[in-house]
Design a protein around this ligand. Structure first.
Ligand SMILES: [Mg+2]
Length: 232
């Protein structure tokens, strides 16, 4: 059995931690009279970035830096450094594993599954999260967009994960985003399980075989599917 797992908003509360971080940036920007940046955030124009391939390979601090460069011609290195320090501090102090993440990963290991993390963003940022959350050792492989040069908007990283374990004929993809995790899972013939939480919660999925509320339900789906296959 091969289980591909997404990190952000599947195993940990990235969207929530990111939201606090952005909120915390507002007084910082106001104090420095960066009103344009403030309104940019307020009107949520950063949503434009959702479909940007480049965005999926960047850290949160790089994203903010890019946004600010878009809004202002130039931002001083000192201000940038101060802001990055603030982002790191606020983000990591709010980042947590969901309570079902470790029980889910442990159950998969007990079932003898190969578990591969397939995640967007940069190497530095994603590895730092894994270190901080203490879950790196649960994975048989890590596939990070910043390392492969492909975001999850294209099927490359899913194919890569599949090729690492060619003898596993039962494949699952568990994630929170339909147009990346679920679509990519379908590309390699996986059973796709959408966990409805985080930023993308509530959007109607097109590529999910199952929609569940949490990882305990995802585990039930995997167990049932596995039994069905054993009987067949
Ligand atoms: Mg995610």
């Amino acid at each position: 059995m091969l289980v591909l797992v997404d990190l952000d908003d599947t195993l940990c509360n990235t969207w929530e931690a990111g939201k606090y971080t952005i909120l915390r940036l507002i007084p910082f920007l106001l104090k420095r009279r960066k009103f344009k940046a403030f309104f940019y955030i307020l009107t949520a124009r950063y949503r434009e970035l959702e479909q940007s391939r480049e965005f999926h390979m960047m850290d949160l601090d790089k994203i903010v830096e890019n946004l600010l460069e878009k809004v202002y011609a130039k931002i001083s290195p000192k201000e940038l450094e101060e802001m990055q320090e603030l982002i790191d501090r606020v983000f990591f102090s709010n980042l947590r594993l969901f309570p079902d993440a470790v029980p889910f990963l442990e159950a998969l290991k007990r079932m003898g599954a190969k578990v591969v993390l397939v995640t967007d963003s940069s190497t530095r940022w994603q590895r730092k999260k894994l270190e901080y959350l203490g879950i790196k050792d649960y994975f048989d492989a890590l596939i990070i967009s910043g390392e492969t040069g492909h975001s999850k908007l294209d099927p490359h990283n899913f194919r890569l994960a599949r090729r690492l374990f060619p003898h596993e004929d039962e494949v699952y993809m568990v994630g929170d985003r339909d147009d990346t995790d679920m679509r990519g899972g379908k590309e390699i013939g996986a059973t796709t399980i959408l966990v409805g939480r985080g930023y993308f919660k509530g959007r109607r999925p097109k590529h999910a075989d199952y929609v569940v509320r949490n990882l305990i339900e995802a585990l039930e789906v995997i167990r049932n599917e596995h039994e069905k296959r054993a009987e067949a």
